[in-house]
Design a binder for this molecule. Structure first.
Ligand code: NAD
Length: 735
């Protein structure tokens, strides 16, 4: 038996279970961990000499949550009745936590229970907090890095270890909502204010205070409110007038936010609602049933795979070239202190890297520095950054027009104007100063890396590192290999992205790389529909209801109409006669000619008020492009908008621009907000079924043109009854 939870009893008869998962810096709950906890709890409750129990951790934090790899595996291991396996596994977890909660008390009289206290040294997420919620008292250390909460909803599931029921019964549905439905993680003081923990004490007094509480606990302290007669849930149960209003409001709010495509949020609300109508033990059973239902939904599996397992694998270097030593950046040069350059300098300096931020003159370089100071000030205002931290970060950035200052930079990223000539000039000037083995990167959005590398004396050390705007908010970074780019450059870029804690994907050089390549057709298809006379609101709502964060017309306004015109003209110039005719181009051109340049102009596809608040679709759009009487169905609009993106992703993979479907899925969600519920375009195809997707494509192609023709790879998968993850999952192959 492994002792993942170490068991000790002191001279005063207080037992301690100390969680210490071997070989990991953070505890995560595994099946063996549950067994170990169960054995320890049995020992403490069964020993008459033990007065009470402290549950704590040997590590700086309590726990990061459930090992989601296991959750995904549990379903596979459950054999031919996976739902039963999941439900029974979940119920075993409930039995264990309920045992802790009862502390060995007689179920009828609720007498004779032993006090159990949770002593939480740092962060406690998911099952970590769920263990705490089962204890009679929760004491947290005043640890400035600690975050306490239940973030399950963010990966497409909900707290299924009793956290949903316990939190809702303890705080009431209204107060529990931000923690359960938004996955909010709270600092210890905030967790106390919210009623999630009972006490916050200095870290060095945590265990002493926990012991003191155990030794002084009276009979009342060891009976949970819901195990006493007549307990009333704060804010009222569903049939109470106040409770009724809460649930009506919550139900509407969830639907507005999720557009009906995320099963977890609705299941969570159902579990809370139904649970509140029955006794506590039955409520836990109901929670387990809804939890099973969510885990059985393919959307949850796809979300866990992309947003947790594969995202983490990419961040840890799943696609890093083997055998290249640590290439972490010590001194970074950034050329161009505009919007992107300043953003890149900021995230690097924040990660502890020394930065030389260059522009054409001192004034322009200083503007970049001022942008960084502004971003830090926002953090100070929100109390996320102290004045001292601000000074420290700014102290790492040298703003200068002098190339000589780039000396010693082991990585340089250029973010100057999008112009081949300007970029070639700065490449040559920088390479004259930086060490021979330094890596040079371009943040270009549209220029081929292989072309740009021609200005370099060492094209094998030249690479694309493509950030998204705003740099400090967007999690994805696309790394682009030119024809001659070598492994060291790739490793350098990956190590840098890891240092700044973003998620990388590595792609080959091709027009618009990956993310922009797929998002441009989404807008173009919508523009085409406007030109055809499809009601603009139908386009926007259909997109939102298939889980896109922004409708394509709104997205057009956000990224600006002039950018769309620029891309359109550049693509026309590059493709010549091969440029596919799109009646939607006239829509963009018209808005441009009218000066309706999008949100920044407070006029675009939408109308805005003076403060820039979006009001409604601009009525003039329907006059310029009259709305047809016969409107397509929502499904038709959704298929067109979905496949515009998905087929581009499939083609990128087929052509070898994308090398790994995991990168295609993770990159789609993080890069352009592709319907997260689906797990990404490749997961979406697998979930829908390749044969069905081919059928939809062929139908659309017959009516709307060859851009919807199914790529050969898709047809092949369909014909053989295969899926993308069945054939191409690199993670499975490596295992
Ligand atoms: P920007 O106009 O805000 O900034 C460009 C900066 O480069 C300016 O400060 C300019 O003074 C400076 N510069 C120009 N020539 C220079 C030279 N010879 N030497 C030194 N500095 C020089 O532009 P931006 O939006 O930050 O874009 C920069 C690059 O990033 C472009 O290649 C663009 O395609 C790419 N990019 C932009 C976005 C975006 O959303 N804006 C996203 C990804 C990539």
């Amino acid at each position: 038996m492994t002792d993942i939870f170490k068991y000790d009893v002191d001279a005063d008869g207080v037992a301690t279970l100390t969680w210490d998962l071997p070989g990991k810096s953070m505890n995560v709950m595994t099946l063996e961990g549950l067994e170990s906890l169960n054995a320890g709890v049995d020992k403490a409750l069964g020993d008459p000499a033990v007065k009470g129990l402290i549950i704590t951790s040997a590590k700086p934090d309590f726990a990061g949550g459930m090992d989601l790899n296991i959750l995904a595996g549990m379903k596979r291991q459950a054999g031919d009745d996976p739902a039963r396996g999941l439900f029974e596994g979940t119920m075993r977890m409930h039995e264990l936590l309920r045992k802790i909660e009862l502390g060995g008390a007689d179920r009828k009289t609720m007498k004779g229970g032993k006090p159990v206290v949770w002593a939480c040294p740092g962060t406690a997420a998911g099952i970590g907090l769920e263990i705490g919620l089962a204890c009679h008292r929760r004491i947290a250390a005043d640890n400035p890095k600690a975050k306490i909460g239940l973030p399950e909803i963010l990966v497409g599931i909900f707290p299924g270890g009793g956290g949903t029921t316990r939190l809702a019964w303890m705080l009431g549905a209204m107060a529990a909502a931000p923690l359960l439905l938004e996955g909010k993680m709270l600092a210890p003081a905030k967790a106390k204010a919210a009623g999630v923990v009972d006490e916050v004490v200095p870290a060095d007094q945590l265990l002493a205070r926990a012991k003191e509480w155990v030794l002084n606990a009276g009979p009342d302290d060891v009976v949970k409110p819901w195990d006493r007669k007549g307990y009333k849930i704060p804010g009222g149960a569903p049939y109470h007038p106040a409770g009724f209003q809460t649930f009506v409001g919550a139900s509407a709010m969830i639907h507005a936010r999720t557009q009906g495509v995320y099963p977890a949020a609705q299941a969570l609300l159902a579990a809370v609602y139904e649970g509140m109508l029955v006794p506590f033990d039955t409520a836990l059973k109901i929670e387990a049933r809804w939890f099973t239902k969510v885990l059985m939904n393919p959307s949850s599996e796809a979300m866990i795979r992309s947003l947790f397992i594969n995202k983490e694998a990419l961040e840890k270097g799943a696609v890093r070239p083997a055998g290249v030593p640590d290439m972490r950046v010590r001194k970074l040069g950034v050329l161009g202190a505009g919007m992107m350059g300043a953003g890149i300098a900021f995230v690097a300096a924040r990660a502890g890297i020394e930065v030389v931020l260059m522009d054409r003159d001192q004034e322009a370089a200083d503007r970049g520095l001022a942008t960084i100071a502004g971003l830090l000030d926002e953090g100070v205002k929100k109390r996320k950054v102290t004045e001292a931290q601000k000074a420290e970060v700014l102290g790492r950035v040298l703003a200068t027009p002098d190339y000589a200052r780039l000396e010693g930079c082991d990585l340089v990223i250029e973010a100057v104007f999008e112009d081949m000539g300007v970029k070639a000039e700065v490449t040559a000037k920088a390479e004259a100063v930086i060490p021979e083995d330094a890596i040079f990167a371009s943040n270009t959005s549209t220029l081929p890396i292989t072309e740009l590398a021609k200005a370099s004396k060492r094209p094998e050390r030249f690479i694309g590192i493509h950030f998204f705007s705003p740099v400090h908010k967007m999690a994805l970074v696309e790394i682009i290999k030119g024809k001659q780019t070598g492994d060291e450059a790739v490793a350098k870029a990956l190590d840098f992205v890891r240092q700044i804690r973003k998620t990388p994907i590595v792609v080959n050089d091709a027009r618009f790389f990956y993310a922009n390549r797929c998002i441009i057709p989404y807008g173009a298809e919508a523009n085409r529909m406007v030109a055809e006379g499809v009601e603009p609101a139908l386009i926007e709502n259909s997109a939102r209801q298939m889980g896109m964060p922004l409708g394509p017309l709104q997205l057009g306004d956000e990224t600006s109409i002039d950018l769309a015109v620029k891309i359109m003209n550049a693509t026309k110039a590059a493709l010549g006669d091969a440029y596919p005719d799109n009646p939607g181009d006239a829509v963009i051109q018209k808005l441009y000619d009218l000066g309706r340049l999008g949100r920044k102009a407070k006029a675009g596809f939408y109308e805005y008020d003076e403060k820039g608040k979006r009001l409604r679709i601009w009525p003039g759009l329907r006059e310029l492009f009259p709305v047809r009487k016969d409107q397509p169905s929502k499904t038709e609009v959704q298929n067109r908008l979905m496949l515009a993106q998905v087929l581009e992703a499939v083609r990128a993979f087929e052509e070898g621009v994308l090398m790994d479907i995991r990168e295609g899925d993770v990159g789609a969600i993080l890069g352009w907000g592709f319907a997260p519920w689906s797990g990404g375009p490749f997961s979406w195809v697998d979930m829908t079924g390749p044969a069905k997707v081919v059928e939809i494509c062929e139908d659309l192609a017959a009516r709307h043109g060859p851009r919807f023709a199914p790529p050969a790879l898709l047809k092949e998968l369909a014909a053989k009854g295969e899926t993308f993850y069945g054939r191409f999952d690199a993670a499975k192959k490596a295992a």
